[in-house]
Design a protein around this ligand. Structure first.
Ligand SMILES: [Zn+2]
Length: 411
């Protein structure tokens, strides 16, 4: 999506502020001789920023304001290495709450609702983001935080919660528990705001079905405010994001070149009005695309498709960039397949080949099914894989994250 004149103006102000502050990125821009950004070409000449840069400024090297203006910090959870600290000014906190308020509004949540918040509080941005947005909207917050399913269900019933804020896995756990206890008729939930995980359509349908609620996907990352910079709408075709707060570009994860709207690539975010820790061209490594055209819901805000995975997961087959999530989505079109699959990429007779192993219950001839899956991949993604159908239970399963993609070209 081309940067607009108004967005350029805001980027220019951000760059000016960064340079004046002399923070980590300000110094980097000065060294590169960048002092202003007037045109789209100027913008594209700005260097990318990476999570590693943020780690390098630990603890507060990212701050672009005097310390007296910082009112809060958050930290992104990394399982390895130095954490990232993001400082927020009072305005940043307010701007984030406003974005999250819009998310609720997009989901049809009102001041009459009672929002049960189950993501974590603390250094993490999730819980407090859900809360600040709901309070700004005027809804009643029930700040449960994670875990303690017994108490969650008690409050859900007694407090007559109407909106659930949760991760997809926790929402599913609650849904199953409600089903198991047979207390669904005591539950008043009507909407779920689900954040921060990749999840498939099947899981979404299960939560929707078991709880009988409307589901909205929320997008965000700690480095850029937190959850709430975008949300899906009733059209269920992508997530609107707030382009007056952030500018999103999609780039080829390998070359860094911008790709046209509609093409999948890596999400790169530039904050437009952030004070505490402005970011310029921050590489998220999340894969998605801009959905071209107007949304049937009528919202003027642009749309990102659902997150297809991480750029590190990208596979290049016969010149086509492919992500496991895309394959997963095709497989989900076939109810006779189980949710297990395995992708193996190899180099055979001078060509890259993808083999997809899937499991079925045996209601359809294996060869017919393999052809149907292969045709669907060709139709939707643009290349023909070799599909092998096996019996239910043949593919390996593990308690932890099952490895599903094997690139044998490099093994
Ligand atoms: Zn929409």
């Amino acid at each position: 999506m081309q940067i607009s004149p108004k967005q350029l103006e805001l980027v220019n102000e951000q760059v000016g502020r960064l340079v004046a502050s002399g923070n980590y990125f300000g110094r980097r821009l000065s060294e590169a001789g960048v002092t202003e950004v007037r045109t789209a070409a100027d913008f594209l000449a700005l260097p990318f920023s990476e999570k590693q840069d943020l780690r390098d400024c630990y603890p507060l090297g990212l701050s672009a304001v005097p310390e007296s203006e910082v009112v809060r910090i958050h930290s992104s959870s990394g399982t390895t290495g130095t954490p990232v600290i993001i400082p927020y000014t009072a305005r940043d906190v307010e701007d984030w709450a406003e974005q999250f308020r819009r998310c609720y509004e997009m989901a049809g949540v009102t001041a009459e609702d009672r929002v049960q918040i189950t993501p974590g509080y603390g250094l993490w941005t999730a819980g407090i983001g859900f809360q600040a947005g709901a309070e700004r909207l005027g809804a009643m917050c029930i700040p449960m935080g994670p875990g303690n399913t017994e108490k969650q269900l008690q409050f859900m019933v007694d407090m007559r919660s109407t909106v659930l804020g949760a991760t997809s896995s926790y929402a599913l756990l609650l849904a199953e528990e409600i089903e198991r206890r047979g207390i669904r008729d005591q539950i008043c939930l009507r909407k779920g705001i689900i954040g921060s995980e990749r999840w498939g359509r099947r899981m979404r349908e299960r939560i929707k079905g078991e709880l009988g609620i409307q589901i909205y996907d929320i997008y965000g990352l700690t480095e850029v405010y937190g959850p709430g910079i975008g949300i899906s709408c009733d059209a269920e075709d992508g997530m609107h994001y707030w382009d007056d707060f952030i500018y999103i570009e999609i780039v080829d994860p390998v070359t860094g070149a911008p790709v046209p709207d509609g093409t999948f690539g890596e999400i790169v975010i530039t904050t437009l009005v952030k004070e505490g820790a402005p970011l310029v061209r921050f590489r998220t490594h999340d894969i998605s695309r801009i959905i071209p055209g107007a949304c049937p819901c009528g919202s003027p805000f642009p749309r990102l498709d659902s997150i297809q995975g991480r750029s590190d997961d990208m596979m290049k087959i016969k010149g086509v960039n492919v992500f496991p999530r895309q394959i997963e989505e095709v497989l989900q079109e076939f109810p006779q397949l189980s949710s297990e699959y395995q992708i193996r990429i190899s180099h055979l007779e001078g060509r890259d080949t993808m083999r997809i192993y899937v499991e079925t219950d045996g209601t359809q001839d294996f060869l017919d099914l393999a052809d149907a899956v292969s045709d669907e991949v060709k139709r939707r993604i643009g290349f023909t894989p070799l599909v092998k159908v096996v019996e239910l239970g043949v593919l390996p399963r593990s308690e932890k994250k099952t490895r599903r993609v094997f690139d044998e070209r490099y093994e």
